[in-house]
Write a new protein. Sequence first.
Length: 330
Amino acid sequence: MEGLLDARLRAVVTRAADYDWCVSEFVRVTGSLLPARSFLKAAPELRAGACTPAGTPVRVQLLGSDPERLAENAARLLALRPAGIDLNFGCPAPQVNRHRGGAVLLAEPSLLHDIASAVAAASGGRVPVTAKMRLGIRDTSLAIEAAQALAEGGAEMLVVHARTRDQAYRPPAHWAWVARIAAAVRIPVVANGEIWTLDDYLRCRAESGLVDVMLGRGALADPFLACRIRDWLAGRQGPREEGAWARLLPMIAEYWQRVRLEVAPRHAPGRLKQWLNLLQRHFPEADRLFRTVRGESDPIAIDATISALDAQSAAGGPVDHHQSRGSDSG
Ligand SMILES: Cc1cc2nc3c(=O)[nH]c(=O)nc-3n(C[C@H](O)[C@H](O)[C@H](O)COP(=O)(O)O)c2cc1C
């Protein structure tokens, strides 16, 4: 997820739960052949066997509209041995859509076909080529045609974000539409959108008829959600809610450490706040921590807040945000 789920956060969340694979932020392909560093920036894991430190394979996402340029860039990417190539036909951002990238291409099924076919040919079966789509731009009238074009072009799997572009990220997600798409193509389909809890997963499964889902924001709001789903599928008791926050604190501390090492100090607090903002949907403690750091722009003050919390959790004591330094701006 562009600007949100980068390699640092992937490293942390893929250790909390077992994922089949994950996807990098998108690499935008326009007129030129990109240098290797463009792919490495989006997916530094390419330097380490295209896996996160926990061993989760990382597929690299490309976004663009020119089949030939995409194929050329896919060939260059392949030299870096990604775990797969994913094609983005879901991005709703106006500045991306204006330049014919992302969801806006859903109006042109024949172009989708040509893109999938050019990139699949470049891959030559070396890695899976997958595509991520929405249900359409303004309406769903071309949803089936778009999915079929991608499948016939050579996409091996489709991830369907069950909303149109104009529905942006507003609930609900229309999971029943994913069932209609799955019935219309011969490749595996994965449902995506608005899965925040095990109950959401179960409802998505009932409405889409699919077992496989892709988690987006839900995996960041509750990093144990994938465990809850896997445990339910295996008939096991899921991770206990009690103690989950204490298990999460070292992960937050690790993420903050990674951000501190690699992100400019003026941008570092924002990265942490973005994750806490999602975590607070599931963890009341994250809400308190978010409010503690919300007004803080000094990374050194945040260092103190996070390390105090981490130390308290390591000592097994109560985790009290107000004992740590940092402005509680309420
Ligand atoms: C901040 C943000 C950035 C995103 N960036 C991407 C992206 O680069 N590529 C992509 O395929 N989807 C991207 N998405 C969409 C998500 O992958 C996912 O399809 C969408 O959020 C719906 O799933 P969810 O409700 O589980 O989050 C992004 C979503 C958000 C909120």
